[in-house]
Design a binder for this molecule. Sequence first.
Ligand SMILES: [Zn+2]
Length: 308
Amino acid sequence: MIDLMCTYNSIKNLINKDFSFLLCPSCQGGVRFSRDCFPKFFGGEEILCNNCAKNTNLYHLFLNTLKNSHFFLNKIPIFIAGYEEAFFKFRIEENSIIQIRFEDYGIPTNSRIININYTSGGPSFIQPIEIHGNNVPLRRRGNVVNLYGVPIVNSEEEITETYSDINVSVIYSPVDVDDIARDSLMRAFYWLLSDEFPEMILSSVVSLEISFKRLCKKFHIDLNNVKDKDILKKINQEIALPLNIPPLNEEIVHTIRRLWGSRDNIAHKGILIDGYSRESAQKQISSAFFGFKYCEFLEKKANRSPTN
Ligand SMILES: [Zn+2]
């Protein structure tokens, strides 16, 4: 367990807002990622893997990392998308109750808590057990947990101490009340992590729809008689082209169309498309994320352009 925590921490040290790495689809080696990879990708640049010297692109790197079976590695994309993680430590006494308020450890109130990991660091073997009221919502996640320290005997050594220092990692999504598009996208990643694909699809489409329409409004694009799933075509022709920016990568556009089709199936027939797999979900959420980032990129470009 300690080894795993060390691996996790060393990987985590490499993941921050400015620098991380993604896994090359050809050799599975780490390829440096920084925030400026997005403008380069939308400008049509490929990335050369410094391990196997093959060209790849940011979308394939992102998707390949999300698909990786290693628990810690496949979490990198959710941090790139905007999730955050807090590490802290508290001491718990055996057979006693302690209340942990996440905001005391820098996690903003109202954040969506995605995952909590408690790892006992000794000296005693005490496992914190969450206490709840009579009613246990299926998906409760508040900003406070009440924990009871249960002594677990798993050693022949005599341990006289009656406390453990517990290392905690909390993965959370800061809720951005001013940006429903971003919040829906964060929610979509949450649904993906919970294997709730219909909810993931609906949240992804909400995120894209808001992003696309917001961008079109800013550029005074007339969307009358334009079907929602065709808005991206208008964006490519009437916003990207005049700004001299390549249209969004064709593979992503195609996958967004598939995502929209999945959404239509749920909305109109109440069911997922037959054979919808985890792989389809990973591709579709990645395409939604890149669609969202593309809108952000176009908006920033337009703000810098002298004609706007
Ligand atoms: Zn490679």
